[in-house]
Design a protein around this ligand. Structure first.
Ligand SMILES: Nc1ncnc2c1ncn2[C@@H]1O[C@H](COP(=O)(O)OP(=O)(O)OP(=O)(O)O)[C@@H](O)[C@H]1O
Ligand SMILES: N[C@@H](CCO)C(=O)O
Length: 324
């Protein structure tokens, strides 16, 4: 359960009073997510008609100095028509506040569900929404470097060490040499924007085939847009364990993306390599998390091999997995 810090009802009510959203009606801890504590908060609403919000308490992983980038990005994208929740500012205009010694933000609630088995039609919508974010974010005034690029992934895997990686699963240490080789061939001149870089199905709220919300922008950074598409392709187009590629879903995702922002020829050529790099980013972070051990017994460890299987698929794909 991702509520790491218990909150007294009185403290929560006092917090909500600092915003123009009406009085607190209820608050429930949200089980999903592992990085932060999240509550679904219901208030009377500024107009008395009722309103819902997500209250996020930043617990770990996030450098608080980067919050203006993350929260500002939500507001920037939402103001430009992207399905992204906006940050609710308090009466003094602050996007975040302190509560129980931690930093919290109140975020617009967007109704929708995260799908487990995406359809091609849903993937097409996600591709289009991702391209919309890339176009809308191009002039976002703040910037943030990608802390999990190919060089960082290689360094993280090397830190884990071949023996420990083999201890997780046979064949996993191959990721170190793969990452070194990719790092040396990595394209550096592809068109960039602010990218989500973690747009897995659990970070998209769907209403039927429509994208109602894109959430969890805490890995967002300035990156090659085609890399973000490659991450999303790897996240959406396979069985969860990476054992099967769903060609219709993968191609629909790219088709949806290109319906809003056509790829350049260099981007198209780079996609297989970018997808291999995307897989290694998740192999690396999952392997590190695995070896560090979960902070609590209830947090499920994610299998790095699920992304090694995807990596092998991209490296050996005979047919173009991105285009029909
Ligand atoms: N703006 C929102 N509108 C509706 N539901 C939301 C919103 N933001 C978060 N949620 C819900 O809260 C859950 C947890 O949020 P999130 O995935 O951001 O948690 P986290 O711990 O910050 O991230 P991580 O997935 O990296 O562990 C989501 O799965 C979703 O159900
Ligand atoms: N979405 C990532 C977790 C965030 O790094 C994964 O599935 O490994």
């Amino acid at each position: 359960m991702a509520v790491y810090t218990p909150l007294a009802a009185e403290d929560l009510a006092a917090l909500i009073d600092a915003y123009d959203v009406g009085a607190l009606v209820s608050a429930k801890g949200i089980a999903e997510g592992v990085s932060n504590s999240n509550w679904l908060v219901e208030t009377a609403g500024a107009d008395g008609a009722g309103a819902r919000f997500i209250l996020t308490m930043y617990e770990r992983r996030i450098d608080l100095g980067e919050l203006p980038f993350f929260l500002g990005l939500l507001d920037y994208l939402s103001a430009r028509g992207c399905p992204v929740p906006r940050t609710i500012h308090d009466r003094d205009g602050n996007a975040s506040r302190d509560l129980a010694g931690k930093t919290v933000a109140l975020i617009e609630f967007l109704p929708g569900i995260s799908v487990d088995r995406p359809t091609a039609a849903q993937a097409r919508s996600v591709g289009a929404a991702l391209a919309g974010v890339h176009l809308a974010a191009r002039d976002f005034p703040l910037s943030r470097a990608n802390a999990l690029g190919i060089a960082a992934s290689h360094a993280a895997l090397a830190r884990c060490g071949a023996a420990s990686l083999e201890g997780i699963a046979a064949g996993l240490s191959e990721a170190i040499t793969r990452a070194a080789a990719l790092r040396d061939r990595w394209p550096e001149t592809l068109p960039r924007s602010v990218c989500h870089t973690d747009l897995f199905p659990d970070n998209v709220l769907m209403r039927g085939e429509r994208v109602a919300g894109m959430i969890d922008f805490y890995f967002a950074c300035n990156e090659a847009m085609a890399y973000d598409l490659a991450v999303t392709h790897a996240a959406w187009s396979f069985a969860r364990d990476g054992s099967a590629f769903h060609a219709d879903v993968g191609r629909a995702l790219v088709e949806g993306y290109e319906s809003v922002r056509p790829l350049t020829a260099p981007e198209r050529r780079a996609l297989p390599l970018l997808a291999e790099g995307a897989c290694l980013r998740f192999v690396a972070s999952r392997a590190e998390d695995w070896l560090e051990g979960p902070p609590g017994a209830l947090v499920e460890r994610k299998d790095p091999m699920a992304f090694m299987r995807r990596l092998h698929f991209y490296a050996g794909a005979g047919e173009d997995p991105f285009h029909a």
